[in-house]
Design a protein around this ligand. Structure first.
Ligand SMILES: *Cc1c(COP(=O)(O)O)cnc(C)c1O
Length: 364
């Protein structure tokens, strides 16, 4: 059985080279006589795995020394609650709502902190989330404990390409789940960056939190220990058993990214992949359409619609038969979505574009 081109939004495709390495080491990790997921997280073997993963991530993202790196569980969704529990203190927070994920983030913050302490300062909902909302018009609270944004909306395909538009007057908290490691990031602009692993890092079960030191240690007293950044920092992300297999595979992905030339090289490749796909959409004479305003179009998640909705079913059936998986769009947007994370090579996007051109020619 061949591996097909997989455009899943998440859990998403992983590099074949890494999967083969996992397969090779699964039963006997480096001569230990058992696999990495079968040994104690307190032992020196796993200790070296998590330390190397952190070192490689720090190198890839040039994370300054005064930032902590945490390997946590509960996905990005738990961070929606955990962030206010750790950063809000007695104060209030501002949220930008730019799509489904940031809308969920603010809802969850309201749930734990109460509606009066969480403010939506800008929303793209009136425009169906086809652009990142204009922050120049936003009335930001200079006293806010933090400003929360989602820099790549996985469902709506809206990405912030210029972090310079994001104010840093208060600590900036960013959900980067679906584009972390796809491009270089100036970590020092952010108070906290978080990302669920299953889009662009590795298997599910792991969420990365990169947090500035001075923001750690302010959790509400009733915060559960595993959700308290200070407790997890003191314990090297291992207060309790971490998702060892996910951490190990994420570590292999970091090493793979270094072999590809790091994040600048990934960015160049991701620009080329996105251009290839958006050019196909743009030159289809309206057969395909991107709902997102040009300057906000995501390099990672490309939603598109077909000129006639009755073509959706044949498009999906025929693309699958052509070896192109998981192109169905999210139910809330409809149409199609191609997620083209780091693990998707240019050849995969070219195969999709060849299919799309052929399908358009036959159905125009
Ligand atoms: C997938 C995703 C989430 C939710 O991740 P879980 O791991 O399922 O909790 C949150 N934010 C963004 C931007 C996502 O893409």
């Amino acid at each position: 059985m061949a591996r097909l081109w997989n455009f899943s939004a998440g859990p998403a495709a992983l590099p074949e080279e890494v999967l083969r390495q996992v397969q090779e080491e699964l039963l006997d990790w480096h001569g230990a006589g058992c696999g990495i997921m079968e040994m104690s997280h307190r032992g020196k073997e796993f200790g070296s795995v998590i330390a190397q993963a952190e070192a490689d991530l720090r190198e890839l993202m040039t994370i300054p020394a005064h930032y902590k790196v945490l390997f946590l569980q509960g996905g990005a969704t738990l961070q929606f609650a955990q962030i206010p529990m750790n950063l809000l203190g007695e104060g209030c927070a501002d949220y930008v709502v730019s799509g489904s994920w940031s809308k969920k983030a603010i809802k969850e913050a309201e749930r734990v902190a109460g509606k009066s302490r969480v403010r939506c300062v800008a929303s793209g909902e009136a425009g169906n989330f086809t652009a990142f909302p204009d922050l120049a018009q936003a009335q930001l609270d200079p006293q806010a404990a933090y400003l929360h944004v989602c820099t790549n909306e996985t469902i709506h395909g809206v990405e912030v390409h210029d972090a310079g538009i994001l104010p840093t007057t208060v600590p900036l908290v960013a959900d980067m789940s679906s584009h972390i490691l796809s491009r270089p990031v100036d970590v020092s602009r952010y108070g906290l960056i978080y990302a669920g692993a299953q889009k662009n890092i590795g298997p599910s079960g792991l969420v990365l939190v990169i947090v500035r030191e001075d923001l750690v240690g302010k959790a509400w007293p009733q915060t559960p220990s595993v959700m308290d950044y200070a407790v997890m920092t003191e314990n090297g992300s291992m207060l309790n058993t971490p998702p060892t297999l996910s951490v190990y595979i994420a570590g292999l992905i970091f090493q793979w990214l270094k072999r590809q030339g790091g994040l600048a090289a990934m960015e160049a490749l991701n620009i080329a992949k996105a251009k290839c796909l958006y050019d196909c959409i743009e030159t289809s004479n309206g057969f395909y359409r991107s709902p997102v305003e040009k300057i906000w179009r995501s390099r990672m998640n490309v939603p598109f619609t077909l000129v006639r909705p009755e073509l959706d079913a044949p498009f999906l059936a025929e693309s699958k038969a052509a070896g192109l998986l998981a192109l169905k769009g999210h139910a809330s947007v409809g149409g199609m979505r191609a997620s083209i994370y780091n693990a998707m090579p240019l050849a995969g996007v070219e195969a999709l574009v060849a299919f799309m051109n052929d399908f358009a020619a036959r159905n125009a």
